[in-house]
Design a protein around this ligand. Structure first.
Ligand SMILES: Nc1ncnc2c1ncn2[C@@H]1O[C@H](COP(=O)(O)OP(=O)(O)OP(=O)(O)O)[C@@H](O)[C@H]1O
Ligand SMILES: [Mg+2]
Length: 143
């Protein structure tokens, strides 16, 4: 159980650009691990939403990246790093309803422009940094 975690437990997954077949696997594995460790359902729900939205953004918008979850007895630290293309205007991207997703992605049910705002709402601490052409890093802490 989670009280027995001595060293932080680290889960790390590579998420491939455009791979909708595997999309959701990383967030689902993190969620299952937290359930096995006996974390409260409110924390699990927030981690699951935040990591799922991050994972879909890697699949849809990035060139590929890594989701890492560091699990400690009373907190989960999540970091997401990708290799590009970066977000030119973070303030705009953080607005509810803002999306650059093309029609083909919207037809699949994505592109409401709610992923980043949802992540921020789920996290106790939310930090996003991005460099155009280089990539994006998001760090979240959920207690
Ligand atoms: N990792 C990323 N790399 C590059 N651009 C990104 C990345 N994540 C988000 N964006 C940009 O920020 C916008 C807003 O992201 P957000 O997740 O809020 O909405 P969405 O992915 O377009 O739609 P939804 O998440 O509701 O399906 C995206 O449309 C995209 O332009
Ligand atoms: Mg999104």
């Amino acid at each position: 159980m989670r009280d027995n975690i001595v060293k932080p437990m680290v889960m790390s997954y590579f998420v491939e650009k455009g791979n909708f077949t595997c999309a959701g696997e990383a967030s689902s594995k993190i969620k299952n691990k937290l359930m096995k460790l006996g974390f409260p359902s409110s924390l699990i729900r927030r981690v699951a939403i935040a990591t799922y939205e991050a994972e879909m953004n890697l699949v849809i918008h990035s060139w590929g990246g890594v989701i890492k979850a560091e699990i400690k007895p009373d907190v989960v630290c999540i970091s997401i790093t990708d290799t590009g293309p970066g977000i030119p205007n973070i303030d705009k991207a953080m607005q509810e309803g803002y999306s650059t997703a093309p029609e083909s992605i919207r037809e699949m049910g994505f592109g409401a422009g709610m992923g980043l705002p949802n992540m921020r709402n789920c996290a106790d601490t939310f930090n996003i940094e991005s460099q155009k052409g280089k990539g994006t890093t998001i760090k979240m802490i959920i207690r």
